[in-house]
Design a binder for this molecule. Sequence first.
Ligand SMILES: Cc1cc2nc3c(=O)[nH]c(=O)nc-3n(C[C@H](O)[C@H](O)[C@H](O)COP(=O)(O)OP(=O)(O)OC[C@H]3O[C@@H](n4cnc5c(N)ncnc54)[C@H](O)[C@@H]3O)c2cc1C
Length: 397
Amino acid sequence: MPHLASDMTCTGCSACANICPHSAIEMASDREGFLMPNINPDLCVECKLCEKACPIVNSKDLKNPEPKDAIAFWDNESRTKSSSGGAFSAIARWILDKGGVVFGASWTNGFECNHKGCDSEDKLGDLRGSKYLQSDIKKTYIEARDALKDGKYVLFTGTPCQIAGLKSFLLKPYEKLVTVDIVCHGVPSNSLFYNYIEKLESENENYSGISGFEFRNLRGWGIAPTAKISDGRKLTLTGISNLYMKAFEKSAIFRNSCYDCHFNGLQRVGDITIADFWGLGQQGKPFHHDVTKGVSLVLVNTERGREIMRGMKDCLYEERSLKEAIKLNHNLVRSSIRPANREEIIRAFNDSKMSLAEINNKFDIVGLGFKSKIRDMLITTGLFWHVKSVINKIRSL
Ligand SMILES: Cc1cc2nc3c(=O)[nH]c(=O)nc-3n(C[C@H](O)[C@H](O)[C@H](O)COP(=O)(O)OP(=O)(O)OC[C@H]3O[C@@H](n4cnc5c(N)ncnc54)[C@H](O)[C@@H]3O)c2cc1C
């Protein structure tokens, strides 16, 4: 039988399942809810193509040289529709204008996060917005390869391990492939998120009938998760209702491989890297523009990436230092730290008998003190980034 990455190191990128010519590998949830490859011995012919495609087992050189500097970027058209400064949409438009296909993470049935392709601007909205859980790649590596073989431009966006998976799956470079990796804090599983939604609905009748979810309220850097209710209401989640996002921020519910990520660091796997430029103006050089609607951090890692970014119009584009990029974005260079009680916390989220309040009482995730209450109040009133940018300005004086 082939030897794939261990349970601790497998990223769930699905390169093995996509490459198997005999459909002998299925991605299935493990007991924590994370997708792992399952090899069917009756179908496996031991060709070992899956081993060749696994970016962990077969650690080929998938990384690019370090970029020289960082770019503060926003796209005028999509900034307020995006999680950050809209860098993703600007790059996607470059591809779509050339008749290409864009792949990224989208919602299916409200709460399931899957990768999918889109070939027109009106469908781009499905891919916009950060979904803070692991997107299931499904068979999109195969779809991307088919589009490349048809001579189309392809933009593939995802976490660094997903971009490594794609590059490893393709086995050779393609001239019209553009890859964008996002700086990644870590990923919880689809099923843990689903269990959280079930708890929210059953414990508070205000939330019954949740039909969709936004992790960030799509006003630039808005960070308040919002539940969409089937009667049209949109409820901002704070306090215990926001337990999932708080556990995410504390790195408590991630996939095992995220705590020792092979793909962070300044040598990136994507042609372009995008993130939130949180540390702007915090390394001596002031930033003179309004940050409250979100600013993307863009790292240009290859010549292909440079060609695309050079062609950007109707945007803000300012060269900044790498030091500034790293200042408040630790996941650019290192993995999140694994808390000692991670397994227990994941078990509690997945346990249908434990309420959100009980989980919080046991693990003290939300923090219900004065500071948390003020933060929640600033978030719900939309003042959070205004106050933060004033504080940052005072700090940088
Ligand atoms: C799990 C996760 C962790 C992150 N951690 C950090 C971090 O530590 N620091 C930081 O600066 N930024 C982080 N980000 C990235 C940040 O939230 C923004 O997504 C990024 O800056 C892009 O913003 P935008 O305005 O260009 O794009 P948007 O228009 O908001 O588009 C979002 C882009 O991200 C992709 N995407 C969304 N959800 C997922 C997902 N679940 N899996 C794979 N791809 C996805 C979409 O395909 C699209 O390309 C994280 C994102 C995710 C999904």
